[in-house]
Write a protein that binds this ligand. Structure first.
Ligand code: A3P
Length: 306
């Protein structure tokens, strides 16, 4: 359904250091023409919606529930972010880029079944996704929680040095990478009943990790026993991931690229509703109003996606 002319080119992107980079047009072709495989598993969704957690789940389910390897290796050694070096301005000009590290090349060379993560919106994703129809897991999360989580990431990594208010305003005016925020979700919400798409929220997984893992294993056509489910719930808990290599994935990437991960903690709070004690005054209402405005005419209420 996608046409190049539909791509919303935000002319201000290149002026903002933390958004999609100046190399964007070059990158778009590479993403749009990326070769999809029928047995790929794509993990999609906005940032900080639990996508790394899901990458680990999908990897376990498709790799014989190998908890040991999962515990002892970073998620990114097993699953790639398609636009990891391609789209993120923070990587431009870094040692990693100079070394020619390309997430596209890495993804092309992965053995099947590939677990590929991307935060790109539908019109920027590979065209073959819509014809080959591999399995897609789409994640959502309460936008106020994901926004707070993202703020901590950008701040910790020194991608952003403004105030929390400025950061949230940037999100609400479509000035951050992967914005506009809501249309991204709405487009996948529309597709949620397609047989190759599994739409799930961070909140649902958090409330019922066991039931969610079971459903995902069924969706990925590798249902698991009760014994495996017991192990999965323990292995994927916030506490376990805090101490595992998988849980330190993002820190490791930042250290590789920047030589330090700064004050950034990937496994941070892992809670539902952490925005409640973290949003500046008035911002809970401001974000609710913005969300409601963004949803007008869609027939979707904010809570529907959770
Ligand atoms: P917080 O910053 O609110 O703690 P992503 O992988 O898409 O970047 O999402 C990161 C968010 O998922 C972070 O949220 C992180 O703590 C949370 N997360 C990662 N692993 C988790 C787990 N095992 N249980 C609960 N939350 C987890």
């Amino acid at each position: 359904p996608l046409d190049r002319k539909d791509i919303p080119l935000n002319k201000n992107w290149s002026k903002r250091p933390w958004t999609i980079p100046t190399s964007y047009p070059e990158f778009v072709d590479r993403a749009l023409d990326f070769k999809v495989r029928y047995d790929d598993i794509w993990i999609l969704g906005q940032q900080k919606t639990g996508t790394t957690w899901m990458q680990d789940m999908a990897w376990l389910i498709t790799h014989n529930f190998d908890f040991k390897t999962s515990e002892n290796s970073h998620v990114y050694e097993r699953s790639v972010n398609l636009e990891y070096t391609g789209v993120y301005q923070p990587f431009a000009g870094t040692e990693a880029e100079k070394k020619g590290v390309s997430s596209f090349a890495a993804t092309e060379n992965m053995t099947s079944p590939r677990i590929i993560k991307s935060h790109l919106s539908p019109n920027m994703l590979p065209k073959e996704l819509w014809t080959k129809k591999p399995k897609v897991i789409y994640l959502t999360r309460n936008v106020k929680d994901s926004a707070v989580s993202l703020y901590h990431m950008y701040k910790g990594l020194k991608y952003f040095d403004g105030t929390k208010e400025q950061f949230l305003d940037a999100l609400m005016t479509d000035s951050l990478a992967y914005c506009p925020y809501w249309p991204h979700i709405l487009e996948f919400w529309e597709m949620r009943n397609e047989s190759n798409i599994f739409f799930i929220s961070y909140e649902r997984i958090k409330r019922d990790l066991r039931g969610s893992f079971k459903e995902i294993s069924e969706f990925l056509e590798n249902p698991c026993s009760d014994d495996i489910l017991d192990k999965a719930v323990d292995h994927l808990s916030f506490q376990s991931m805090k101490n595992s290599k998988a849980g330190q994935t993002l820190q490791k990437i930042m250290e590789d690229i920047h030589g330090t991960s700064g004050e950034f903690k990937f496994i941070r709070r892992g809670e539902i509703g952490s925005h409640k004690d973290e949003l500046p005054e008035g911002y809970s209402e401001k974000m609710d109003n913005w969300s409601e405005r963004s949803l007008v005419g869609s027939g979707v209420a904010m809570d529907d996606i959770l």
